[in-house]
Design a protein around this ligand. Structure first.
Ligand code: CUA
Length: 134
């Protein structure tokens, strides 16, 4: 993707952010993986992801070569969004909607790790992004 992150942050209320992410997930869900919705947004729509103890939710399926506005926020505590194997690391705080423009350049499976200590389940706090080329 894009290493020069172009970030904006807006104050939001965690519960209204959560409702937005749930609406987004419901609208664009294509399947589930272990009970977690896999969400494939239509082109041009904003993409939402949330961090909470202890998961990144939902799973995203994005199209290679397409630009997205990715929103990130936390429901509860400070988490660290670390996208592997890309070199993307951002702090995710409750009460702020962090918006980045991302453009995946390689198809594949990406993992999201939490790199900010957030309690007993910190090491289990992972998520997934699938980049597809079709
Ligand atoms: Cu979330 Cu560590």
């Amino acid at each position: 993707g894009q290493q020069n992150l172009n970030k904006e942050a807006y104050r939001i209320n965690p519960s209204s952010y959560e409702a937005k992410v749930e609406d987004f997930a419901q609208k664009y869900k294509v399947r589930e993986e272990k009970g977690v919705p896999v969400v494939k947004p239509a082109s041009g729509v904003d993409v939402y992801l949330l961090g909470r103890k202890w998961e990144w939710w939902p799973i995203l399926e994005l199209q290679k070569g397409q630009s997205y506005r990715l929103h990130l926020s936390s429901m509860d505590w400070q988490h660290g969004f670390s996208l592997q194997p890309m070199n993307v690391n951002v702090q995710v705080h409750p009460g702020y909607d962090l918006v980045m423009t991302v453009k995946p350049t390689e198809a594949g499976e990406y993992s999201i790790m939490c790199n900010e200590f957030c309690g007993i389940g910190h090491h289990l706090m992972t998520g997934r992004i699938h980049i597809v080329d079709r």
